[in-house]
Design a protein around this ligand. Structure first.
Ligand SMILES: [Zn+2]
Length: 298
């Protein structure tokens, strides 16, 4: 039973939208793919655990324990708090001196000692909060293609079956009031705003216009011959009104400012009066007539 779920990280949302509209340096491109991969891995775990009604589950918590620290999942059951650190690495890796190195040269440093550091910090939190449950942390490699190709003794690389076993364990106990109280206490301390956010914003006026499909992120062709529904090559269908609203939200995010009817018209080729009507119904108007712009409620 989930008492908190995650939303897509704002930085991922931003970079995903910028991607393909303007040149992105390698550092941001890598950050984008890593964030995307990480989020997809966590979503896989969430979708699996969410099938079960037992166990108090929490997805994505940031706590301030002598500095900001992020936890992917907590599962609270039978006097134990499981901390899950999810890795969605794919392909072949070699493991040496605590580091995992991919064939393309990507290195993940101190995989296990990082996780145990996090556990130590969480133990300090529990001590402070008077929580006396046992704490177990696991690093789980959820991508089926992940493989450590060199001979590593004494270290077990958990895969999805660790999550399946945990789910079985979770289902053999009933949730107690104490489990819930502890879960709620952790959630209460969650820091919403992360310090690790996008610092550099790309200039909107230099970006390629156009709505991307919310499913596959390819650019969608929306023109006036389209009647009511917009269909993507991937099969995703959205109403024209939905496409207009979605465009508005994305432009507002990229521009970081209020948005006019004509700006939305650059993304989706629709009748301006139709766009004006929709924006007026859904967002806040600022300015008058020709200079009118819209923004979301904040
Ligand atoms: Zn699509």
């Amino acid at each position: 039973m989930f008492i908190k779920t995650a939303v897509k990280p704002p930085q991922l949302e931003y970079l995903e939208e910028v991607h393909g509209r303007i040149h992105m340096p390698e550092s941001d491109r890598r950050k984008y793919f890593n964030l995307k991969l990480g989020f997809e891995g966590e979503k896989k775990v969430y979708n699996f655990l969410n099938q079960f009604k037992q166990g108090v589950c929490i997805w994505d918590i940031r706590l301030d324990i002598y500095g900001e620290i992020q936890f992917d999942f907590f599962v609270i059951v039978n006097g134990i708090i499981f901390i899950l650190e999810i890795k969605n690495f794919y392909g072949n890796y070699t493991y040496k001196d605590g580091n995992l190195k991919s064939e393309s040269g990507y290195v993940c440093r101190d995989v296990f000692s990082q996780a145990s550091n996090e556990r130590d910090k969480f133990e300090a939190f529990c001590y402070e909060q008077n929580i006396h449950y046992k704490i177990i942390n696991e690093v789980v490699f959820v991508n089926d293609t992940f493989k450590v190709i060199n001979d590593v003794k004494d270290i077990k690389f958990n895969n999805m079956s660790a999550i399946e076993n945990l789910a079985k364990y979770m289902c053999s106990f009933n949730i107690t009031n104490e489990d819930i109280a502890i879960g709620e206490l952790i959630v209460k301390h969650h820091i919403e705003q992360s310090k690790n956010e996008q610092k550099y914003f790309y200039p909107y006026d230099k970006m390629t216009r156009g709505l991307k499909c919310p499913e596959c992120h390819r650019f969608l062709e929306v023109n006036r011959t389209v009647k009511k529904k917009v269909k993507c090559r991937c099969g995703h269908v959205m109403a024209k009104s939905e496409a207009i609203i979605e465009s508005f939200r994305k432009i507002e995010m990229l521009k970081r400012d209020s948005v006019s009817v004509s700006e939305v018209g650059e993304w989706v080729d629709c009748n301006p009066s139709g766009i004006r009507k929709l924006l007026g119904e859904n967002f806040i108007k600022i300015g008058t007539n020709k200079n009118r712009k819209y923004k979301t409620i904040k």
